[in-house]
Design a protein around this ligand. Structure first.
Ligand SMILES: [Zn+2]
Length: 289
């Protein structure tokens, strides 16, 4: 397969469940063999100096601070001695809470169709399916979204996460985050509690960005200078604030890091990973990426 030689790449992962460990290990061994895995810091420093992105360089990023990043991913990273960045929401770490969208989705999935329809009606939601309702909730302003979360909690009082859901969605606590070797794992901010930033006021955006950085730095006693937009959503206000507060930021926009004029350290594109190593390889190589 022809490989683009003039660009670097940032790969985006989320959670990896236990069954995915082997596939991830195989995928990372492939990457180690064919690419040079570097830290986000190393890539950003090079770009800040005005150098062209190094062909062949790959940065690994894992979003959301899920506990399986520690239990499943971290041992593989350590074994291969490859660096990665974990984007964590310190407000969720502090509270020991799931991402709101994970919780809402799992709760709604327990409802039979008539009960789901009833919840949909009391929410005045536009979506009818579970995914439709989650998608609709992502458009709400924070107070309304919290209200909707409450309605869903009240409609599912007996909800208990299954052990599979716990493995998929539990997030790390501070002890977990502190146990990550700082020479291997960069911890970046993913806001306090994963709100959709474009739905917030300017003041709320600033406080999510400032507080999350501050909280991570206090807890970890090292700089938290990189940021990841929750859901990949941002608007002009968010972008300006991120630019002021962070050294660099990653989006969910798909693309490679190349020397185009559009290269922007606060809007770095990423390549979504796939569990299937061949598909990830294809996404890394395809010239139009
Ligand atoms: Zn996220």
């Amino acid at each position: 397969m022809a490989r683009r030689q003039d660009c670097a790449r940032i790969l985006m992962y989320h959670g990896i469940v236990t069954e995915g460990a082997q596939a991830l290990a195989a995928q990372l061994r492939y990457l180690v063999h064919h690419f040079k895995i570097v830290s986000l810091e190393a890539m950003v420093s090079r770009l800040e100096n005005g150098s062209a992105p190094a062909a062949n360089e790959v940065v690994l990023t894992f979003d959301d601070g899920l506990r399986n990043n520690l239990s499943v991913v971290y041992p593989i990273l350590r074994q291969l001695q490859v660096p990665a960045t974990f984007f964590v929401c310190p407000g969720l770490v502090e509270a020991g809470k799931w991402l709101w969208n994970h919780e809402v989705r799992c709760r709604l999935q327990t409802l039979a169709p008539p009960a789901l329809a009833e919840v949909k009606t009391s929410l005045l939601a536009t979506g009818t399916t579970v995914e439709g309702i989650v998608k609709w909730m992502k458009t709400l302003h924070l107070p309304q979204r919290r209200e909707a979360e409450q309605i869903i909690r009240q409609a599912t009082p007996g909800f208990q996460a299954t052990s599979a859901q716990q493995i998929a969605f539990d997030i790390m606590n501070w002890e977990d985050v502190l146990s990550l070797d700082p020479n291997l794992i960069t911890v970046g901010s993913h806001t306090m509690s994963h709100p959709i930033l474009s739905t917030l006021t300017k003041e709320e955006i600033e406080s999510e960005l400032v507080e999350s950085r501050h909280c991570l730095e206090q807890r970890l006693q090292r700089p938290a200078e990189f940021f990841c937009y929750p859901n990949g959503s941002y608007d002009a206000r968010t972008y300006q604030a991120v630019k002021k507060i962070y050294r660099a930021a990653v989006t969910t926009e798909s693309g490679v890091v190349d020397r185009r004029d559009s290269l922007d350290l606060h809007r770095l594109p990423r390549i979504p990973s796939a569990e299937n190593a061949a598909l990830t390889a294809w996404r890394l190589h395809r010239p139009e990426a």
